[in-house]
Design a protein around this ligand. Structure first.
Ligand code: HEC
Length: 137
């Protein structure tokens, strides 16, 4: 088989570059069919009535519940580990309206909804590496 000359390979590579550059943006935004996006669908179907659209614990059911649903984006909640959150999602929370989801959502779906909850937190840690000198103003 004849190897195509470099010229013919370069063009497709050039055309592919924007797609490759877009990959990280998709991961952050939650491209359709990403883990976060699948979690969002579950959240909007199952959790939003209590926890609210932004996870603030202010869904339409919230005022009628005692204890009220947690704000999932509070410092107190966001400090909790994935394992802690997954346990609450699987088993519910005793003496509260938080249901157990282990019979209704697969483990994969519980992880997807967790990924979505985490995506509601906007905090981004600042990089500890200072920018290169020429970019500093
Ligand atoms: C019927 C109302 C209701 C629904 C529906 C509901 N929750 Fe909850 N949830 C609660 C209540 C009430 C609590 C307990 C309050 C607290 O933890 O401060 C809670 C607690 C939690 C916690 C623990 C928060 C913490 O800081 O410990 C997580 C995580 C959670 N819910 C996730 C979910 C997810 C994911 C769904 C959907 C799959 C969901 N909840 C659906 C009412 C609800």
């Amino acid at each position: 088989m004849r190897v195509p000359p470099l010229r013919t390979i370069k063009l497709p590579l050039l055309l592919m570059t924007p797609c490759l550059l877009m990959v990280p943006a998709c991961l952050v935004r939650g491209a359709p069919d990403s883990v976060v996006e699948r979690g969002r669908v579950i959240y909007l179907e199952q959790c939003v009535v209590c926890h609210g659209p932004e996870g603030r614990g202010d869904g339409p059911e919230a005022p009628f519940l005692s204890p009220r649903p947690a704000s999932l984006i509070s410092a107190g909640s966001s400090v909790k580990s994935d394992a802690e959150f997954l346990a609450v999602i699987a088993n519910g929370k005793p003496r509260s309206a938080m249901p157990a989801w282990k019979d209704r959502l697969s483990e994969e779906q519980r992880r997807e909804v967790l990924a979505y909850i985490r995506s509601l937190i906007r905090f981004q840690p600042k990089s500890l590496t200072p920018p290169p000198p020429q970019e500093r103003r």
